[in-house]
Ligand binder design. Structure first.
Ligand code: GAL
Length: 380
């Protein structure tokens, strides 16, 4: 455990020079061949606890690694970039053997990742790609472009322009819609919005869908840190600025369930949700329990379910491969260019969940119980 001793001294530079002498290849893992799981620590850096999905992700990665005998250093950064940088620095100095990182800002961790590379610690980007660094060794996520396509498709289905099976719906439009995107510093945001807009474009071009506010660029519709309150405020502003002439919003593209709840609250506060003023179709992502209840109650149209249990499993597989000095198995080696290199990735499939899919996709699979869905709250 020479490297661990060295990094415990707190000097990345010293670790660099001595690791270089030891002849270990980059990304080959900081552990030695004799390491047992109990001697190995995986640092897991998660962005925030305000969204239940990241809590589930953190817990799932931790418990799966611990079940295999590894030690886990799990930290949440409270959506604060300096806090995440500091936590990752600490994981490195405390002697992590692999890092699993879901970044708040995909471009803000370059110096930490350099320190990790200097100490021969492989880095796995978790769900969000880390950009602008050559020191990202692997990426585990879902097919993020398809998430955007699924969200736009959910909007079309909610409006009746398309059926769930992909066939043409009976509705004709024109419909008023508004667009929301995620946080611009999250690499996924471009993929979600890109996939969605490509799907909606023909309907916007032929006048079936009208973005009444005319806010259509990703910069105009982004939501910093994916915050529900920020989305609620923007929806309130849109209602005031673009719908004070008696017109109604028929659909809202939302990239994440927390944002959807902010949008829905703004709409309900403005009188939407009655027979005379129906709530618009609203999409989402993450199958958060509060939103599953809203879908079950007919308030939100759909969500994109990304099974965090499977993602955690892939992160664990990748970490274990690195610890065994192997390369993790990728199923995409082309899509995720982080600005410096294409990062090999393992992408998982997604499932769109409408009201009548809740039982099969979420309850039968054990993701949520029927009681949790009815209550809109996770059981502790
Ligand atoms: C994204 C992630 C989404 C959602 C969002 C807000 O990076 O892919 O599933 O969780 O962050 O937390």
């Amino acid at each position: 455990m020479g490297r661990r001793f060295l990094v415990a001294l707190g000097s990345a530079a010293l670790a660099l020079s001595l690791a270089a002498c030891s002849g270990e290849g980059a990304g080959s893992g900081g552990n030695t061949d004799s390491d047992k799981p109990g001697d190995l620590t995986i640092g897991v850096s998660m962005p925030t606890q305000t969204s239940e999905r990241w809590i589930a992700d953190g817990n799932a990665v931790k418990s799966k690694l611990e079940a295999k005998g590894y030690k886990v250093d799990l930290q949440y950064a409270g959506d604060d970039i300096p806090t995440q940088s500091q936590q990752v620095d600490q994981m490195i100095t405390r002697g992590a053997d692999v890092l699993v990182v879901a970044a708040i800002d995909g471009t803000a961790l370059s110096s930490q990742l350099q320190a990790a590379a200097d100490a021969k610690i492989p880095v796995i980007a978790y769900d969000r790609l880390i950009r602008g660094s050559k020191n990202v060794d692997f990426y585990v996520s879902f097919d993020n472009y398809k998430v955007g396509v699924a969200q736009a498709t959910g909007l079309l289905v909610g409006l009746g322009l398309q059926n769930k099976d992909g066939s043409k719906g009976t509705a004709k439009g024109p419909f008023n819609i508004e667009l929301f995107a995620g946080s611009l510093d999250d690499n996924n945001t471009q993929f979600f919005f890109g996939g969605a807009m490509e799907t909606l474009k023909p309907f916007i071009d032929n006048g079936t869908l009208r973005v009444k506010s005319k806010q259509t660029t990703i910069e105009q519709v982004a939501t910093l840190r994916w915050q529900q309150e920020t989305a609620q405020k923007r929806m309130e502003d849109l209602l005031t600025s673009s719908y004070n002439d008696g017109s109604k919003v028929d659909g809202v593209l939302s990239p994440y369930d927390g944002i959807s709840r902010g949008i829905i609250t703004a709409l309900q506060n403005a009188g939407y949700g009655s027979a005379a003023k129906k709530l618009p179709a609203v999409t989402g992502q993450d199958a958060e329990i509060a939103s599953i209840k809203l879908i079950n109650d007919g308030v939100q149209t759909c969500t994109v379910f990304k099974d965090t249990r499977l993602l955690a499993e892939q992160a664990v597989n990748a970490a274990e491969a690195f610890l065994q000095k192997k390369q993790p198995q990728a199923n995409d080696t082309q899509t995720y260019n982080n600005g410096v290199k294409v990062v090999p990735a393992f992408l998982l499939p997604i499932v769109t969940v409408y009201k009548d899919d809740i039982k099969t996709a979420l309850i039968d699979s054990g993701y949520w119980t029927a009681e949790e869905v009815a209550a809109g709250q996770a059981k502790k």
